[in-house]
Design a protein around this ligand. Structure first.
Ligand code: GLU
Length: 290
């Protein structure tokens, strides 16, 4: 089977070192497997989008030699596919309308589990949730090994569409990874917690489950994840080599002695070793080693 990988940034700011690590890691893995690599812009949450950042991210990636093998897909164009998926889950009785507010759920640990805690205000547009099946979900991660979580306890009934009409990341990512034939998801370890939820959704929708590979997170001096949102310092598209070399070091890879982006990437693919990537589980990860 041909390897199909992806990098799926949200356009919430400029590309910083943490997102460069995810982009480079997923690209190296795809190239080392002789596969294809695509970029998908995850712009379902219009409230967090920074105008212009999707294009800025694509231009910056290109300066780092990372160019999508297929036309870039934007999730904002794909609402009908998410609608179909939601409808299928409604038809099979797995999805339901929910008018619980965050305040309602606060007394329940913030999680929605099973029945709604309130009938809610019938005039209010509902969110749509999927009833999370109980039981442990186990998966093999190429960096972290076998991990396990019961998503009904860790996450509860997952939101598919928010009350404000925005599609939820969890539904959109699962629909698109399947539609784009992604064979392995490579991304930051902050999303490890989401993986069991996504496997549950894939099963409910009858979609294939890809392989998984999560990358260690770049943290700031206070030990917090770098995020575009917090205005972490963007990488310099005008001088890509230093950040590319730093990203290779961060991923435990050797740094080829090369002075152009193309040559550096070429040699980095040849030297790429998954077992050299440091397996640092985020302190707040709600999964256990199995
Ligand atoms: N869009 C997500 C982010 O920028 C990544 C989603 C994924 O790779 O599954 O954090």
């Amino acid at each position: 089977m041909t390897y199909h990988g992806r990098f799926a940034p949200s356009p919430t700011g400029r590309l910083h070192f943490g997102s460069l690590v995810a982009a480079l890691g997923s690209w190296l893995r795809a190239r080392a497997e002789d596969g294809t690599w695509i970029v998908r812009i995850e712009d379902v949450d219009r409230t967090r989008e920074i105008p212009g950042s999707a294009d800025d991210i694509l231009v910056t990636l290109a300066a780092f030699g990372l160019v999508s093998d297929e036309p870039v897909v934007r999730q904002s164009d794909r609402g009908t596919f998410y609608d179909d998926a939601l409808q299928r889950l409604v038809d099979t009785g797995l999805a339901f309308a929910c008018r619980c507010t965050r305040g309602d759920l606060a007394a329940h640990g913030g999680l929605h589990r099973g029945d709604c805690v309130t009938a809610g205000d019938a005039t209010r547009t509902p969110a749509w949730r999927m009833r999370m099946p109980t039981g442990t979900i186990t998966f093999d991660d190429a960096v972290f090994g076998r991990l396990a979580q019961d998503p009904s306890l860790a996450a509860g009934d997952v939101v598919l569409r928010r009350a404000d009409g925005c599609w939820a990341y969890q539904l959109a990512v699962v629909v698109d990874d399947a539609a784009q034939g992604i064979t392995e998801v490579v991304r930051g370890a902050d999303l490890l917690d989401s993986t069991p939820r996504q496997i549950a959704l894939q099963r409910a929708l009858g979609l294939p489950t890809p392989a998984w590979m999560h990358l260690p997170l770049a943290l700031d001096a206070q030990g917090r994840k770098l995020s575009k949102h917090d205005l972490a310092r963007p990488v310099d598209a005008g001088d890509p080599l230093p950040a590319l070399r730093d990203a290779l070091v961060f991923l435990g890879q050797p740094v080829p002695c090369r002075t152009t982006v193309t040559e550096l990437l070429h040699d980095a693919v040849a030297a790429f070793r998954v077992d050299a990537i440091p397996a640092r589980l985020p302190a707040d990860a709600a999964l256990r080693k199995d």
